[in-house]
Design a protein around this ligand. Structure first.
Ligand SMILES: [Zn+2]
Length: 80
């Protein structure tokens, strides 16, 4: 489970967004064009209730993971 460590060393902001409903475990990058919590990738659920997430405090928990869309946290060279 060293994947999270590698990820956290990259350009990961302190604040991201996550869907507050449906027990979503995916953390997204905050959309730079929006003042409200919104995922940069336009992940499904535009009408969903998004809230800010403090990534460093959530990512260490295995149940959370980073969105791998290009606009959020694309995996570089890590494709299996
Ligand atoms: Zn995303």
């Amino acid at each position: 489970m060293s994947r999270a460590e590698q990820t956290s060393k990259r350009d990961t902001p302190t604040t991201g967004v996550r869907k507050s409903s449906q027990h979503s475990r995916c953390l997204h990058r905050q959309c730079p064009d929006s003042d409200e919590p919104m995922p940069a990738c336009g992940e499904s659920g535009r009408d969903a209730d998004w809230r800010e997430a403090h990534i460093p405090s959530l990512l260490p928990f295995a149940r959370f993971s980073l969105c791998t869309h290009d606009e959020c946290f694309p995996e570089k060279g890590g494709m299996d």
